[in-house]
Ligand binder design. Sequence first.
Ligand code: ZN
Length: 365
Amino acid sequence: MAWQGIEGHDAVVERFVAAQALGRIAGSYLFIGPPGIGKSTFAQKLAGSLLCRSTGKGLLPCNACSSCVQAKAGRHPDIDIVSKPEDRATIPLETFIGDADHRMREGLCWRLLLRPTMGSRKVAIILDADHLAEEAANCLLKTLEEPPDGAVIVLVGTALERQLPTIRSRCQIVRFRPLTSETVFSILKHETARGTDIGQIQNDDAIKKEPDNDSLLWACAQGSGGSLQRARLLLDPMLAAFRCRLISLLSHRPMHGVELADETKLLLDAAGKEAPVRRARLRIVLESAIDFFRAALRDDLAGEPPCDQVLAELINAWTGGSEEAVVSLRHTLDALDAVNRNANLTIVVDAWTALLEQPRLTQTT
Ligand SMILES: [Zn+2]
């Protein structure tokens, strides 16, 4: 049975269960894995377990003590969660040490020095660790190296190479693997059957539209790249249809960059004016393109056709070759990075599509 309802990460659960049994829970952890697979939910469940007054076997919380009640309600005073504000490119320095007027009298590092309110320790969760600027990271180093008595700090990021070496070297690294399509499918099915408690992962209205059959859920699971978050977004019929269209445009030679740009912008406009929703949509587009180029590469170099049906059908149409796939992949990863740094989305779309249209011209630059 899944640990606290978390599917697909049994190896990580076992690691923490073993560490707790040996009394070796570390002070600083760095969770690494693709977005939308449940790392942040895991961190929060782990925090609840570590703070439970009578944690049971297998690091399971009792779910009855006052600590569990507060943790479950998301308002445990000893669980401190910080993240990158939506309108910022990085986590601001003041998040850790307070603003200029309250240096080390506010902020996460200061709060960690205070005595725990309910239990014996504090747990800090730093989301969006990919967006830790050097100055802010430097303020964290001492706290990571010598966490206050019993404190546990969990940083949550997507890729090891996106973390500063100074942070990496001070944390125990915990890798989370993408979920299998089967796991994503089973979670989606469970959620839709339940009528939709979407849990901790942010989402738009997509999940609320009850999908009519398993084949739709399976297609979303296959197109999710192992990310539950992405699968949930793909339940939006408009996004699912766009994904098929996108792959068809990408595989077509010559590629029509302007067409791709126009259709992508229409998709973003259909999402309304809210920046986070528009950004989430563009991320899905770019991530689907990344899947496509990776699949094209695997097909080209290793002769491994993708198991995703939509990709498998269209990958044969790809005539770009592995070199072009690599260059296009690089441009798409750069575009995704720009989206994550809050760049102007229209500019990102225009630049990305123009570069894809002319990969041979740009690959030597
Ligand atoms: Zn408890």
